[in-house]
Write a protein that binds this ligand. Sequence first.
Ligand code: PEP
Length: 253
Amino acid sequence: MRQLFVAGNWKMHGDKASIKTLVTGLNAKADSVGNALVAVCPPAIYLDYTKNCLMADNIAMGGQNMAIEPVQGAHTGETSAAMLKDVGCQYVILGHSERRAIYGETDQEIAQKVKTALDSGLTPILCVGETLEERESGQLESVISQQLDAVIAEVGIDQFSGVVIAYEPVWAIGTGKTASAQQAQDVHAFIRGQLAKLNASVAEKVIIQYGGSVKPNNASELFSQPDIDGGLIGGASLNADDFIAICQAAGEQ
Ligand code: PEP
């Protein structure tokens, strides 16, 4: 039985005052999430501040991106795995569609980052997903397979038990359009099936989150699907009550 995992991707939002308010709200209700795993992923510059505000020991923290270079070096503007760990991160989001589309991150670079994260003791949250155009032109499965295969080639299938996958259809991110529970389940089952062809026990263990306009009113239906193991939450993670309600939905499964 996989534990459900909900992570909040704050993206480039917040300042000290709003983070204080948000985290105070999370601290107050952290006890209500049952046995769901929960993490928040603030902007890099606020990781340390967020850690200091977080009082709930069942809320972990993650970075939103990370350099391929694991420790330090001449990489202006980058954040290393060692730095993320130093300020208290357990997780790092890698390959978010915004990183792929806006910053041109390739499957190969993302695969190298996943390797760095694993080698450094961070759990990568590997985002995969198709655009609307790719879905409508029948390329959904090939796009997802290509994104996964690049990482499998770099780290090997056995290491995937230490990877969280987030299926995020690009057309559902920040748009208010959620994939239906059945649409999401179908892709999650496909992803698990691809992994199972290589290692059935790893496929059974791997947590696959859904991301794309998850809100308190659709979380339960999504999370009740057999292959949906929680969510990666953008917009709704910026509101403590909404985020906690989504975590509660995960805790109730
Ligand atoms: C995301 O950015 O990972 C995301 C899922 O955003 P939203 O929940 O706002 O669609």
